[in-house]
Structures are given as C-alpha cells and as structure tokens.
Ligand binder design. Sequence first.
Ligand code: UDP
Ligand code: MN
Length: 318
Amino acid sequence: MNQEIRIKTKHFYVVLVILGFLLIYSLSSSRDCDENNQALEDPEFVAEREAFLPNQKGPTIYAITPTYSRPVQKAELTRLSQVIRLVPNVFWVLVEDADHNTDLVANLISRSGLQERSVQLFAKTPTNMKLQGKDPNWLKPRGVEQRNKALDWIRKHLAESGGRDRHSVIYFMDDDNTYSTDLFIEMSKIERNKVGVWPVGLVGGLMVEKPVLNRDGIVLGFNSAWRPERPFPFDMAGFAISSDLILDNPQAQFSYEVERGYQESELLRHLTIVHEMQPLANKCTDVLVWHTRTEAPKLDAEKLLIKSGKRSDDGLEV
Ligand code: UDP
Ligand code: MN
C-alpha cells in the first residue's frame, strides 16, 4: 500500500516537472514572437490609440484617393470609407477618373456619413495616357491627373481657409490598398516641414519595403529591390507630407513625363531629402499599410446575360 502511494507521488512530481518545463517554454517563446509587435501591444500605445481615435485630436489629414469605374469600385471605396469613419481627423479628397461626378461615389459618401469631411472631384485621364483593355498596369502611370487635381484643390482650400497657419498632413490613399487605423495615428505625428515615412507591406516584389535607419534613427535609405537607384525608391503609400511643404512648393506635382516608378521621386524631389524624412511606425518596424491589389472578378456569366438583353444588377448598385 505504502509503495503504491510512493509510486503515485513520484508520478505526480514527474508530471509537475514536465508541466513546469512546458510553462517556461511557452512563456519564453511567446516573448520571442512578441518582440516585433511590442509597440502595437505596448499598453502605452494601446492607451494612446484608445484616447486618440474617438477624439478630434491631431492635424487634419487630407487623404487623396484617385478612383475609377470598374466592377470592384464600390467594394474598394466601402473598405476605405469605413477606415476613414474611424479616424475623425481624416478629410477625404476623392477624385474620380471621369468627366463628371458619379452617383455611385456621391451615394457612397452620403451613406457613410462623410459629407462633412470629404470632397468629390473629378479629373479624367487623357485617352492617350489611359490603360486600354489588356494593357499591363505598369505600361502607363495611374492617378497622375487625379492626384494633381487634388493637390490643386488642397492648395486653394488651405489658402482660402487660413490653412497656412494651421498644420495639416497630405496622404495619397489609393483605393485598393489596405490601411490600419493606426497608420493615421502615426501620420498625425508628422512635424511641420517634414515628410513622414514608414514601411509598406507586399510591394516592389518584397514582403515589405521599408526605410533603413541608422542607430540615431536617421533615414539612410530604403531596402527596395526594384529600381533602388531611384532618388526615393519606395511606394506612394509609404509617406505623407506636412502641408507647409505643399504650400511652399507649388511646382511639386506628378507628371506624365517621368519614367515608370518615378512618380514618388518626381513629387518628393521638390520637398525633402532622404535623411530629413521623419521615420514613423515604431522606428519603421510596424507594417500598417499593405499594397494589396484586387483581382478583377470573372464575369463570364454576366456577359452572356447582357448578350441576351438582361443583367443581374438591373436596378441595383453593386
Ligand atoms: N486609377 C485611376 N484611373 C485608372 C487607373 C487607376 O484613377 O485608369 C487609380 C486607382 O483607383 C488607384 C490609383 O489610381 O487609386 C492607383 O492605381 P492602381 O491601384 O491600379 O495602381 P498600382 O496599384 O499598380 O500602383
Ligand atoms: Mn493599387
């Protein structure tokens, strides 16, 4: 009997030791994978986010979105509008690639409750600059006409509303990317006369394209693999600009005349130099925006239906 109790006790201790090891292992490995995400889970950061989002804190962020009519347009803009609704200091500058404003975009703005903090503009890409049917998307620059229109509007709007004294931020927010609300908290930290920079996920043939900093947190360059010789070799989604720079440099705009991949450099060469950019997103270690691209849906059955004089979306806005 005594021996039986001794064996049971021994088993109990063995199990206890194993459980102890498992506990220590799981704690240490979870610490390992948390290290990268420290800032996002840091209670201080969480508190900052909780305090920031519902209040009208921070400079106005003018988010410029070029957009054009296609089957996925409303889905893309719905995604964007719902991020913008969560960040009260964003003002949405929507520019349609069309020769008039469309009902689809107007309805989307009013249904999302963003009338008070958005403007609907249009600027049609000239036919010779527009991608045709099966053209690969890199053949011609996209968004040039629309982004320039938005810059004109913002310059005028800021001049008229005394915006020169008020610091605000300008961001190019394409309609197909994926944005975290935390990105806008970071952008709100951009200082006067500065261009803020941060990593962008899934772009330029890499998992992440990011600024490279030195030990003092100065931007030295970028890790870009595609055309790294460009003056600013990174994507439009990875920076935002203090309004002073946009107002003080009216010549800064996009152009059809530049080589593929040089739109960012074309604009930024008027505004800053690499090592004066302001690194954000936890010293450029957090990814808060992804250069996602939406697959064009297959609509073979719809085409057949249309040939027979019908359509599935008759009387519906999709
Ligand atoms: N865009 C546009 N007209 C076009 C093609 C694109 O206004 O003919 C807009 C598009 O909605 C997006 C931006 O320009 O907001 C960039 O286009 P896209 O996402 O296709 O470019 P990429 O992802 O290849 O940089
Ligand atoms: Mn895109």
